[in-house]
Design a protein around this ligand. Structure first.
Ligand SMILES: [Zn+2]
Length: 274
């Protein structure tokens, strides 16, 4: 599943291509995504408009237009945004196609259809429900250990669940939660409220480091992730615990364990993480 680093990778790869381009035509080949695509609204708000910028909030990519309107894209479980020359044959998973004034097409491809393509008017972004209850961005300078320390006081829930809660902090998905807890030496089942300020400091730094490393390396390959030019990420080669059940810890050689926590596979080193 694309996580924050993958979405950020897509944003950066499109940021060098899209600003300045005008959307000349929109084809909705199949509207049946998680939220049905509103073709009429897409045409009204996006067609004929020029891209000014691309931003990201959590795992939502936001394309901004000169009219003040916005195009929100969520990749869901299997979504991809592909930029290619116009006229190539479509595959059956390419659901929404934006033709651009430079002869390229931006295609939203999503075999599992959990993604989202939504046009919003200038004033609608602030009220868009999926964005309204999100915690801070982990890579923002003002996202600090003190905030997570204070917010976790009195909580008995496992620290892994806590950092994966989007209302607490966004973008720490399953892979990155396992990896950053390993780097910080914290057991994933440790109650969030019992972690000291000093250890929150280490964990916060680890979260930032793991996400930055993943972005630098172009996202992971775990779910056939591709950036907008079809290049695979290669963070997988650098994973320390995730997906390594039964293999030796790279630090202490103990055997990496796996346990299901809140329905998600969790990987940890029983010796390095306490
Ligand atoms: Zn170890």
């Amino acid at each position: 599943m694309p996580e924050l680093p993958e979405v950020e990778t897509v944003r950066r790869s499109l940021l060098v291509k899209l600003p300045g381009r005008r959307v000349t035509e929109i084809q909705v080949r199949d509207a049946r995504l998680r939220v049905p695509v509103n073709e009429e609204k897409l045409n009204k708000l996006i067609a004929g408009r020029r891209v000014t910028d691309l931003s990201r909030r959590a795992k939502y990519l936001i394309i901004h237009f000169d009219s003040g309107s916005h195009l929100i894209i969520h990749l869901g479980m299997s979504g991809q945004l592909l930029l290619m020359p116009a006229g190539r044959p479509f595959d059956k998973h390419e659901h929404v196609v934006f033709s651009l004034d430079d002869g390229l097409e931006l295609r939203f491809r999503d075999p599992r259809r959990f993604g989202m393509v939504v046009a919003l008017g200038e004033s609608e972004l602030g009220e868009f429900a999926p964005l309204s209850h999100l915690g801070p961005e982990p890579l923002a300078a003002d996202c600090k250990a003190d905030y997570l320390f204070e917010r976790s006081r009195g909580l008995k829930q496992p620290v892994k669940n806590f950092v994966m809660d989007q209302r607490v902090i966004v973008g720490v998905g399953n892979i990155y939660a396992s990896e950053s807890l390993f780097l910080a030496g914290i057991h994933p089942l440790k109650p969030a409220g019992r972690i000291s300020r000093a250890r929150w400091q280490r964990l916060t730094e680890s979260i930032k480091r793991v996400l930055r490393d993943a972005i630098r390396q172009g996202g992971t390959t775990l779910s056939d992730f591709r950036d907008s030019e079809g290049n695979a990420g290669y963070f997988q080669v650098a994973l320390r615990v995730y997906g390594r059940k039964g293999e030796p810890c790279r630090t202490c050689r103990a055997t990496i364990r796996s346990q299901v926590v809140a329905g998600r596979s969790t990987f940890f080193c029983p010796k390095c993480q306490r």
